[in-house]
Design a protein around this ligand. Structure first.
Ligand SMILES: *Cc1c(COP(=O)(O)O)cnc(C)c1O
Length: 376
């Protein structure tokens, strides 16, 4: 059934991966699909920090955070994350999915309202459903509809909390949320904002600030969420916010309380990655990413993308599968992104660029895409 609809998913086993090169089915391909926007997943200093962390602490954390799983590496990582994000405190989870799954239901429940962007990531939707709060969805980035939901919620749920949930850089479209407008509406209606910066950290703003920091809004956003597994190149998720919020989550976020702590070696690697992202080397990598995005945009004759994600929406599953196969035969790895990851009839190539791509690889990809008349 799924296969017939072009929706069957299978795993591809990667035989080799380093930077932007990967081998699948004995074929070496240039990868234009990863979230490793700064090439840090294969950075030698970060690999060294992980090895050193494992030698010092062992490979596993042995217990949940609240038993004996919080090492000095975890504590230091949280301190450094809160400095990077400009918040009082931060809390690390094993993944970004776990951060959302633990935090949203801790903050909202029966009698509260969650108002969410239509294109929000699956983990935000799952968190909202699990919370038991009343859920309202606004069309993507539509401030008028957001305001009408806020107006409704403040009348009908005056005793409850109103939580707005959105992303800063949208994962499958690469566009930005109108964050100034959202923050203003949030304040007007005394709501609280949960902002998922998964694809913005390391790409937007200096250091690991994300869009909130770039726009100087971090002091006005109650809950900043992110992942350590995308531009930071390692793995894990976090929430940054007030000391009071973090102390509350330590006591209420079930995915934090009941899960084995991330390995201290992973925490050590995340610290090394954060140091690089905040250093002149990080600036250099971000500049190179921007140059790569500008080159791809000028070759494709499209506006410069605001993030490292460039979607080419083809519509039908069959078309995108065919295009993926053609790109693979030309030496490029760009899998088809289909329903349910994106809405029906918006199947796409989700092209991601990295600071590690070389100009000739980008120009060649653009030439191959243009051969089949593919433009945005
Ligand atoms: C990837 C992603 C997450 C989940 O983060 P993980 O660390 O991979 O679990 C959350 N939100 C968005 C928007 C994402 O793209």
């Amino acid at each position: 059934m799924l296969e017939h609809q072009g929706l069957l998913r299978t795993q591809r086993v990667v035989e080799f991966i380093h930077g932007i090169r990967l081998t699948i089915g004995s074929r070496e391909l240039i990868n234009f699909s990863s979230n490793d926007y700064l090439g840090l997943a294969s950075h030698p200093a970060i690999a060294e920090a992980m090895g050193e962390g494992a030698r010092r602490w062992g490979v596993g954390s042995t217990a949940s955070r609240l038993i004996c799983g919080t090492t000095e590496e975890h504590a230091a990582l949280e301190e450094e994350l809160s400095l990077a994000k400009g918040t009082q405190a931060a809390l690390v989870f094993s993944t970004g999915v776990a951060a959302a799954a633990g935090t949203i239901p801790a903050l909202a429940g029966k009698g509260d309202v969650i108002i969410m962007d239509k294109l929000a990531h699956a983990c935000l939707i799952d968190g909202a459903h699990a919370s038991g709060a009343t859920l309202r969805v606004f069309p993507h980035n539509n401030l008028d509809k957001l305001e009408s939901h806020l107006r409704w919620a403040s009348k009908t749920h005056s005793g409850g909390r109103i939580l707005i949930v959105t992303e800063s850089v949208f994962s499958m479209d690469g566009d930005l949320a109108p964050l100034h407008g959202i923050v203003e509406l949030k304040e007007k209606y005394r709501a609280v904002l949960f902002l998922d910066e998964a694809h913005a950290v390391g790409v937007r703003g200096a250091w690991a600030q994300g869009l909130a920091g770039e726009l100087g809004l971090n002091g006005r956003i109650e809950i900043q969420m992110g992942t350590l597994g995308k531009a930071l190149g390692v793995s894990g998720g976090y929430i940054a916010g007030s000391r009071q919020l973090i102390d509350f989550l330590i006591n209420r976020a079930r995915s934090f309380i009941f899960s084995t702590a991330p390995s201290p070696a992973v925490a050590a690697a995340c610290r090394a990655s954060l140091r690089i992202v905040q250093s002149p080397e990080g600036d250099l990598l971000r500049n190179r990413l921007r140059e790569n995005l500008q080159l791809f945009a000028s070759e494709m004759k499209i506006p410069e993308p605001p993030s490292a994600i460039v979607p080419l929406i083809l519509g039908s599953e069959a078309r995108v599968l065919q295009e993926t196969a053609r790109l693979q035969s030309e030496g490029f790895f760009i899998p088809a992104i289909r329903y349910p990851t994106v809405p029906r009839n918006t199947a796409r190539l989700r092209i991601t660029l990295s600071s590690a791509h070389l100009p000739e690889q980008i120009m060649r990809l653009a030439a191959v895409l243009k051969e089949s008349g593919l433009r945005e």
